[in-house]
Design a protein around this ligand. Sequence first.
Ligand SMILES: [Zn+2]
Length: 146
Amino acid sequence: MVNGWQYGQGARLGCLEQSMTGAPTPAAGIADPQGIALYHAHIYYDPASTRHQAAALREQLAMAFPDARLGNWHDQPVGPHTQAMYQVVFQPERLAAILPWLMLNRQGLAVLIHPETGNDYADHLRHAAWLGAVLAIKAEVLSGAR
Ligand SMILES: [Zn+2]
């Protein structure tokens, strides 16, 4: 427990410094999640073998989350995506409901969930969460700071 004690001392010193210099300011480089306008979930499938799972999932999603916007089917990869998929767009406050629902009901399909912060590159590569397989993303077609 010696290490724990030392860590505790350090944390206490940090608090002391803060109280002496006034109100804490956000550390440089810390992004505020309030800047997330929307979320996308991309549901990937193989047109030859898992399209029916994707269709069932789509129907169940539409019933469970009528406020989520379902995008077109893309049997051919589009944009930064390297597999067939459709997208689901939803408001930030719905993440806490939709994420666990997808965890339990994704039918073995790979799902990419990413925020919309205005930086496409970061949103798809640095800020993304994957369920199931992690697929390749074409970074070269994405705009935004690298
Ligand atoms: Zn997207």
